[in-house]
Design a protein around this ligand. Structure first.
Ligand SMILES: N[C@@H](CCC(=O)N[C@@H](CS)C(=O)NCC(=O)O)C(=O)O
Length: 236
């Protein structure tokens, strides 16, 4: 059977939980990584490479990331992750673990989107106004991490669905890690021992330890060069 094929920008972005899940499962996959043009040129960054293909691939809802799985193809990052999780036993199957994990999935996507809206905003204001927005993000993160800490405390679980690692942990790890990378939030994480242990536990998974520590992951840009901060072309 042909290997799975993932298409996305040449960054971590919304594809990284999918890549990590496939690596964890030791499933072979191919990737098309779209670039943003040549960073020495005036037109940089641009989406031309992707836009040249976007409407030619036969997707119902053309977007990145995408998945080709044999004859089947789809977009939407969380839906892709869930398809792969269902096929490989990486999803909770009993209540209340399923409900708890889906609740945390939604909460983590909210946390991710909050960061993305600020960092990609076309007009995020003066440097001082932008700093204030980052400070607001840090404050809201602290509230969310406090709630997650209390959740782990109450349930005494290793992972969000109990003692079983599921796809939600791949979302939670990646998007919480963006905060550690971008908004100088490491001291906030340090206040929450159980959340910090959770992040460490994920990093120590034998299937992922090497990848997470590698330049392929650690030095890759989380976001695209259209973001105000947090990519390797960052000007701030
Ligand atoms: N809800 C979608 C959002 C996808 C999305 O916003 N993709 C961005 C990169 S993270 C993109 O550049 N898409 C290509 C496009 O809009 O043509 C998902 O989670 O996959």
């Amino acid at each position: 059977m042909a290997p799975l094929k993932i298409g996305y920008w040449d960054i971590r972005g919304f594809a990284e939980p999918i890549r990590m899940l496939l690596k964890h499962l030791n499933i072979e996959f191919e990737e098309t990584r779209y670039g943003f043009g040549n960073d020495s040129e005036e037109s940089f960054p641009n989406r031309d490479e992707w836009l040249a293909e976007k409407f030619t691939l036969g997707f119902e809802f053309p977007n990145l990331p995408y998945l080709f799985d044999g004859d089947f193809k789809m977009t939407e990052s969380v839906a892709i992750l869930k398809r792969l999780a269902r096929a490989n036993g990486m999803i909770a199957t009993t209540e209340p673990a399923l409900s708890y994990s889906e609740m945390i999935e939604a909460m983590v996507i909210d946390i991710r989107n909050r960061l993305v809206y600020v960092i990609y905003a076309e007009n995020s204001g003066t440097p001082e106004e932008f700093e204030q927005k980052l400070a607001d993000l840090r404050e809201r993160l602290e509230t969310s991490l406090g709630q997650l800490e209390a959740f782990f405390q109450k349930h005494g679980s290793q992972w969000v669905a109990g003692d079983k690692l599921t796809y939600v942990d791949f979302l939670a790890y990646e998007y919480l890690d963006w905060y550690r990378v971008f908004v100088k939030s490491t001291p906030i994480f340090e206040k929450f021992a159980k959340v910090s242990d959770y992040m460490k536990r994920f990093e120590e998974l034998p299937s992922l330890k090497e990848y997470i520590a590698s330049d392929e992951h650690r030095s890759a840009s989380c976001l695209s060069p259209f973001a105000r901060i947090g990519h390797r072309w960052a000007k701030e």
